[in-house]
Design a protein around this ligand. Structure first.
Ligand code: DC
Length: 223
């Protein structure tokens, strides 16, 4: 049986940085499920399908074949065979992704892909509904969060480092709105699983968070 670690939490909590580092230390495969929803959103943007139009999005999602592969240990996401890993990190894609990820048809398609991946591979999977819905039997579940102000500042620094201009206030507002949508949607809302361990990373370094998660893993799986 494969070993599964589920990490859920809001945008900017540090899930991917932490999950990647932990995966390297444990020799697990890191699966970024947000990238799959983002690739799907790219399809609708590229084809002029409005994210608000549930019927059209649901009808067309079967045409968007999302797959992942690994190059030098890094996850690459493909949309109908095209590597879109570089295209999916814009604010426009983030915004559209948060809208289309509320639709059951979109979620069903991607959850099936995620469950298949985890069934025969040791994975650390991050997202919003991994512990509650995708991998309810994961051996370790973590709910990673940080205050909206801290998350906005992290995102602001990231965008500045990439040479993109941005406003800290706008980023925090967008994060608050996205959290609200992710937490209040009917299907698979962002929610801490009953058996997940809560970790607030607001005042922790990356190393401290990785060490904390390693001890949780060892406590649960190596005793
Ligand atoms: O983790 P991220 O910022 O790349 O996620 C992008 C969007 O996808 C975010 O609005 C929430 C959504 N998402 C989701 O609904 N379920 C997941 N398992 C992962 C991401």
């Amino acid at each position: 049986m494969s070993m599964n670690i589920a990490i859920d939490g809001p945008a900017g909590a540090g899930k991917s940085t932490i999950a990647k580092s932990l995966a390297r230390k444990l020799g697990f495969v890191y699966v970024d499920t947000g990238a799959m929803y983002r690739a799907m959103a790219c399809y609708f943007l590229q084809n002029g399908i409005a994210a608000e139009d549930e019927q059209s999005v649901s009808g067309a999602c079967g045409e968007a074949v999302v797959t992942i592969a690994y190059e030098n240990g890094e996850q690459q996401v493909f949309l109908n065979g095209e590597n879109v890993s570089g295209l999916i990190r814009t604010e426009e894609v983030s915004h559209t992704t948060s809208k289309i990820s509320v639709y059951p048809a979109v979620r069903k398609q991607l959850v099936e892909l995620q469950q298949k991946l985890a069934s025969d591979t040791d994975v650390i999977m991050d997202g919003r509904d991994i512990g509650t819905c995708v991998l309810p039997n994961a051996q370790v579940k973590i709910f990673l969060t940080a205050s909206s102000a801290v998350r906005a500042k992290r995102r602001y620094d990231e965008l500045l480092a990439r040479g993109e201009s941005c406003e800290l206030n706008e980023i925090e507002q967008d994060i608050i709105e996205r959290d609200e949508r992710d937490m209040s949607r009917e299907v698979s809302p962002l929610k801490q699983a009953d058996d997940a361990v809560f970790v607030d990373t607001s005042y922790m370094s990356v190393e401290q968070v990785v060490e904390t998660l390693l001890s949780i893993y060892e406590e649960k799986c190596c005793k």
